[in-house]
Design a protein around this ligand. Sequence first.
Ligand code: F6P
Length: 366
Amino acid sequence: GKKIGILTSGGDAQGMNATVRAVVRTAVSLGARVFAIYEGYQGMVDGGAGIRELVWEDVGSILHKGGTMIGTFRSKDFREYDGRKRAAVNLLANGIDRLIVIGGDGSLSGLDQFRGEWTQILTELVAEGKITQEVADAHPSLMFAGLVGSIDNDLVGTDMTIGADSALHRIVDAIDALGSTAASHQRCFVVEVMGRHCGYLALMSAIAGGCDYVLIPENPPEEGWEHQLCAALKRGRAAGRRDSMVVVAEGACDRSGKPITSAYVRQAIEDILGEEARVTILGHVQRGGAPSAYDRWASTWLGYEAVMEVLTAEPGTTGPVIGFRGNRVSRVPLIEAVAKTRKVPELIAAGDFAAAMELRGGSFTE
Ligand code: F6P
């Protein structure tokens, strides 16, 4: 039967387990076999116990759990050609030539590179006597499907990444909790949220939490923004608002590209309003804990689609990123999605904020 390898790579995200479960159970139902590659690409480079078969029962009781039961890692070895060669040997030792990878843009671009080198790697391995010609002939190409697992929701071309909804819930819960203490003291809180170069979590949590002000990388504020922010806080207070809240994306910058830190925002509030403020950096609590209902069902659906993809893929063609567009499952070319994702910080650095927002907003090839 067909053999599929599955791995999770990069930062973990809530819903990764739901995907692993769906992949195993879909594949097993269709008569295929699934091998977990532990600790991301590193398990593939190291081989041995890093690659183990998962059967139906192995993925019981993980649907509702955060993190990833098969581990994740930011593998340096896999970034080297030699590491990828070792990975090919270990895959072939297990008869695997189909991969499902759940990770961020970095993890997915490494995957496409590996696919592109597959034929050359196999030719070299045969010449070096590490695999037989028969094995090479039986696995002429690597087929894959990429799924985006990241709380950041930063991949251009897909509406939601696995984990983003759960992280957003966690942030909004924290904002609600901070709100009650803020209101008691009539105090302002500056909340710093994750997202790397992407302002999705900050923007959406500020809206969902009814916050006063938000700073995101894609829309750097005009010079003098500190006064604008304080004026907004003052207006709120005058209107009877007791809990003031400012959300700062960890990647927020001003128009010159200088990072805007939560500590800086707090100090600006103190200097301008003569009022004490407090900073809360939410940190990894955003990535931990149980996946939301959305992340459970959406990840299950994506896992199913990924199996269908790798079982029916045309050998020799590049694999897609599978995600959602307009509440439908969509397949987008991996290279294009990664290139556009990387373009966003470049556009921001070049001062073309409108184009950055346009890309983030999602006008992908419709
Ligand atoms: O990409 C997910 C993410 O949580 C980002 O939001 C954050 O910038 C980064 O990972 C933190 O990385 P680490 O877990 O290595 O500290």
